[in-house]
Structures are given as structure tokens and as C-alpha cells.
Design a protein around this ligand. Structure first.
Ligand code: SF4
Length: 404
């Protein structure tokens, strides 16, 4: 984006910026959830204090964003829709007032089917939200209940159709596979039914049992599908979604052409973003920092100008080079020799040697453009591939000079 300063002859180049707002409230806590979210239902006093704190934080941080224009805003959580449209609209208008937000910015709201209505969606759409990501997970009400999800599949269908009716032209749904007692047939049924929703974007995550979740306590008797069964469900999803025109642009994300999530692509391609709210991370001004996952500490820290961060670090170039591999190889965009060498001043040969070996095993491929990417089979074993690539990277010596 270019702007003309008053009386200036040359246009000013603005750098793109993403904004993330973490809304840490949920109706109840799901059995598998390890995100920072408070699942105790409505607590109006906490919500009001949170709103005041986040508005103050936005005002203060915007002063550091001169020279940036915001091209994506993402409200995640938690369950932003449970926080209520009034508060969400208030936050969005504060961002719009304090930052330079591009006209065609992608503005996403995460929502659960039980906390939206046709009226609330219409208000949110009118206020500028133009993308919605709805937590559906599966089409089986008994499974949803056992996961602690406070909605049915019918409510999810209704939420999608209401969102479309009020003008959301970019609708995403989240699905999960590898659920307790889930059979392949049940997963096939979820995918079949979700195809009827004709959404623009689908995120498909395999269930991971994380410590500090309720599911972790009874994982051994939860009848979880084993690794092979989960891999089988994953490949089935990749094939099915491709046959319906969805492009796999990341390990777990599929979209109709041109409908990739701009916000997620920022994370995966190392673009700057600012986060607001407890547990929100930022990558801005060469530093990575994360607010403490503690609502009270966040509120007090912002309102009394105290410390709100739990981590803050400058990232050395070699570490950024490691992130380049880890994040880009999650995506279909992959990695490229000159881009890598010129940015990180490291040799590509040790990586290429390994990539050629993965290619013979059907785990990686070289595009005509010269970019290397993982195949769906490679995505499934990306952790072990990355360990080897990072080891090779660690052992490589910086280049004295980079050929162009
Ligand atoms: S709705 Fe989302 S954030 Fe809230 S408890 Fe469930 S999984 Fe976690």
C-alpha cells in the first residue's frame, strides 16, 4: 500500500501488519482444550475489565505502528462470539481508529455455533467483520457432547447458513478427527455432510491429547484411534477435500482457490503481527513477545502500566532460519534456495541433499518454480523430517558471499 504525505513528493511505502485479539472467554471448557480460555461461563465483571484493558492496550501500542498498514485482523480465543457482538465491535472500531486499516483487510471472527444468532451475525458483518471461522468439529451430537462442546451439528449448520445469509462471503469451519471412539465411517460422514455446507475454507486437525486437559486424565480408557487409524483419516480428508476443489495450502488447512487465510499465512511466512489480550503473541520490531496467560495480570498490567509479558526475546538470524524451515515447510509454498541463502546467509546444499532423498520416498517434491515442498505423505511425518533438516542447518557454516 502507498500513501502520499502532505506536501511530500514521493509516496511512502507502508509495511503490512497483522493484528491478533485474544478473547479468553468460553461458555464451558472442552475436554481436550489447552488454549488459554476461561470456561466458567458468563462473568460480566471480568469481561468489562478485559474490554477496558484491551482498548487501553490498543491505544498505547498503535503509537509504535507508524509506517504500517493493517491488512488482517483476527479475533481468536477462547470463543470471541461468546464475548458478545457489542464488545467485539467496540474493539474493532478502536483498532480502526488507532491503526491504519486497509479497506480490503481480512477481518476474521472465531465463533461457536451456540453463541451466534442471525441478529448478532448481521451486526458483526455490518461492523466490518468479513470472515468467520466456525467451530464445528464433527457431525455426531453424542461425540460433540463427550468432547464437552456446547452445541449440536444442527446448530453448526444453522450458524453457517445464517452467516452466509447476512453477507459473510468467506466462511471457514474447523473439524477434528481421531476423536474418542470415532470410526473411519463416522469421519467420512462428517466430511460428506460438511461438503454440503459449501464453505470456502476448512481446517482439519487431528486430536492431540495435551497435558493439563481433562482428556489427558482419562486418555488410556478414552478409546482413541491409534496413529495408523489417525493417519488413514488424514489421508482420506486430503483426498476428499481435493476432489471437492479444496487446495491443501498447509498441513491442516484447505481452501477454495484464493481463499487461504491471510492471518495464518502471516504466521507461517514470518510477517509482523501484534497481539492483544492475555496469552497473545506478537512478532514486531525484530522481537517476539507473549503476554502472560493470566487475565488478572493482563488487566492490572495494562491499566497500571506494569509488566504484562511472560516472554520477550530478540530472535538471532540462525534461529529465524530454523523457523523459516519449520513454518514454511508446513505450507504448500515451501522453501526456495535463493530466498533462503540471501535471507539467512547459509548454504542450501545440505538441505537439498536431504530433500532429494525425501523426494525418492515420496515425502517431498520440487515444483517447476524451483521451490521445495512436502507432499501430504511428508506432512504426516514432518516432525522427523524437520529434525533432520534442522540438524543439517545447525552444522552448516555461514556463507562468506551469496551468489545472486
Ligand atoms: S471453545 Fe475452543 S477455546 Fe473454548 S474451551 Fe472449547 S476448544 Fe477451548
Amino acid at each position: 500500500m502507498e500513501l502520499f504525505k502532505k506536501n511530500a513528493k514521493a509516496p511512502v511505502e507502508l509495511k503490512p501488519l497483522g493484528i491478533y485479539v485474544h478473547v479468553p472467554f468460553c461458555r464451558s471448557k472442552c475436554e481436550y482444550c489447552d488454549f488459554y480460555s476461561l470456561g466458567g461461563g458468563l462473568n460480566q465483571e471480568s469481561m468489562d475489565l478485559y474490554l477496558q484493558a484491551i482498548l487501553t492496550h490498543i491505544k498505547e501500542a498503535a503509537q509504535r505502528a507508524v509506517g504500517y498498514s493493517v491488512d488482517s485482523i483476527y479475533f481468536g480465543g477462547g470463543t470471541p462470539s461468546f464475548f458478545g457482538e457489542q464488545g467485539l465491535i467496540r474493539i474493532l472500531s478502536e483498532i480502526d481508529r488507532r491503526f491504519l486499516v486497509e479497506k480490503d483487510a481480512e477481518i476474521t471472527l472465531e465463533a461457536n455455533p451456540d453463541s451466534v444468532t442471525a441478529q448478532s451475525l448481521a451486526k458483526l458483518r455490518r461492523a466490518g467483520f468479513n470472515r468467520i471461522s466456525i467451530g464445528v468439529q464433527c457431525d455426531d451430537d453424542a461425540q460433540l457432547k463427550s468432547l464437552g462442546r456446547p452445541h449440536t451439528y444442527k446448530q453448526a449448520q444453522m450458524a453457517v447458513s445464517q452467516a452466509r445469509r447476512v453477507g459473510f462471503a468467506n466462511i471457514s469451519v474447523d473439524l477434528m478427527f481421531g476423536l474418542p471412539s470415532q470410526s473411519r465411517e463416522q469421519w467420512m460422514s462428517t466430511l460428506r455432510n460438511v461438503m454440503d455446507l459449501k464453505v470456502d475454507h476448512i481446517s482439519c486437525y487431528g486430536l492431540k491429547v495435551e497435558p493439563n486437559t481433562r482428556l489427558y486424565e482419562y486418555r488410556d480408557c478414552a478409546n482413541l484411534p491409534d496413529d495408523d487409524a489417525q493417519a488413514d483419516m488424514y489421508f482420506y480428508a486430503v483426498e476428499t477435500l481435493e476432489s471437492f476443489g479444496y487446495v491443501q495450502y498447509e498441513i491442516s488447512n484447505f481452501s477454495l482457490p484464493g481463499m487461504e487465510c491471510r492471518h495464518n499465512m502471516k504466521y507461517w511466512t514470518g510477517q509482523p503481527y501484534m497481539g492483544f489480550g492475555p496469552a497473545a503473541s506478537s512478532d514486531f520490531g525484530g522481537k517476539r513477545y507473549t503476554a502472560a496467560a493470566d487475565l488478572d495480570r493482563y488487566i492490572t498490567g495494562v491499566m497500571e502500566q506494569g509488566i504484562i509479558l511472560s516472554e520477550c526475546e530478540s530472535i538471532p538470524l540462525r534461529e529465524r532460519a530454523g523457523e523459516y524451515l519449520m513454518l514454511r515447510l508446513r505450507t504448500a509454498h515451501g522453501i526456495e534456495e535463493n530466498e533462503y541463502m540471501q535471507t539467512y546467509l547459509l548454504p542450501f546444499e545440505p538441505l537439498e541433499k536431504l530433500l532429494c532423498m525425501y523426494e525418492t520416498r515420496g515425502l517431498a517434491m520440487k515444483e517447476e518454480s524451483g521451490r521445495w515442498r512436502l507432499t501430504p505423505k511428508g506432512f504426516m511425518v514432518s516432525n522427523s523430517i524437520l529434525v533432520q533438516l534442522l540438524e543439517a542447518q545447525q552444522q552448516s557454516k555461514p556463507l562468506a558471499k551469496v551468489r545472486k
